[in-house]
Unconditional design. Structure first.
Length: 292
């Protein structure tokens, strides 16, 4: 999905001597010395305090919760499809360079396919992108894929009308070498889960200023949700303009969707669901800008 210059708080005044240097900030002038009595001292103005240097906290490198697969021994990842035209789960983690064997089981009656590769290719149904087709009712399709680059990667079903309905999923690269700061060309993936408790999990996300995040949103409950992210006051007011506050609505049961957002302003930022009663019930979250 970051030193501050300090100056003395007490300045030593000269006891005598008109030409004494005062803390490197100037000298006492001859007029400040009296012939009878102790020497007067000129007022000393401390140098201005430099503006603090912003503290940049690197984002933690995503960690592995699995043993990466190899060409000789691929890691098995199981997915299901159904007649709601969803992949479950809609987000898969993988390590750069690992080999994964996907087992895609069809729980419904519609025929599906499974294509995986670079995001642009998988979503465009590009010829030559690895796929297993014609996964019929009750059948399991198998496809082995090696994640050779830094992504982004994704998967999709291109049976007629399925992709257009939203039958797709995302791959989050984790571990050594995985991107830790998102760009517009390769956003960092942050996964959020929603369910019938009317909560986002997690409900706080840390980002770098200027970073682009791809929020991958899974509705694991039965209640329909939406997702807004942007400038906090606009999110609170449900003011969607498509620029400072963007929205993905109609997140139905079992579905996974995604929203990209670039945090290029000073904030504060937030996210929320404004389905009737959901925001009031606490379905909202905060964005923390690292180093601020």
């Amino acid at each position: 999905m970051a030193t501050q210059q300090r100056f003395p708080t007490r300045w030593l005044a000269p006891a005598v001597a008109a030409a004494l240097i005062v803390a490197g900030c100037g000298t006492a002038t001859p007029s400040a010395v009296q012939s009878n009595g102790p020497a007067a001292t000129a007022p000393v103005t401390p140098p201005p305090t430099a503006a603090p240097t912003p503290v940049i906290t690197p984002m933690p490198e995503p960690t592995l919760g699995f043993t990466p697969g190899t060409a000789a021994s691929p890691r098995v990842v199981k997915l299901t499809t159904d007649d709601n035209l969803n992949f479950i789960p809609g987000l898969v983690q993988a390590a750069i360079g690992e080999t994964v064997k996907f087992e895609v089981h069809n729980l419904g009656k519609a025929v599906h396919e499974f294509m995986i590769g670079p995001l642009a290719d998988a979503f465009a149904d590009k010829e030559g992108t690895p796929e297993v087709a014609d996964i019929g009712p009750g059948q399991t399709g198998e496809l082995t894929f090696t994640f050779k680059g830094s992504g982004p990667y994704a998967f999709a079903c291109h049976a007629p009308g399925h992709f257009e309905h939203g039958m797709l999923g995302y791959v989050q690269l984790v571990g050594p070498g995985a991107p830790t700061v998102g760009t517009k060309d390769d956003p960092r993936i942050v996964w959020l889960n929603m369910d019938d408790t009317l909560k986002f999990m997690p409900d706080s996300v840390t980002v770098q200023q200027g970073e682009t995040i791809r929020f991958v949103l899974t509705n694991s409950g039965t209640v329909v949700h939406e997702f807004q992210v942007g400038v906090a006051d606009k999110v609170a007011a449900d003011e969607v303009d498509g620029v400072t506050n963007v929205e993905k609505d109609e997140l139905d049961q079992g579905s996974t969707h995604a929203v990209d957002y670039t945090f290029d302003g000073p904030g504060p930022y937030a996210f929320a669901c404004h389905e009737p009663g959901h925001y009031e019930a606490g379905m909202r979250g905060t964005i923390v800008l690292a180093g601020t």
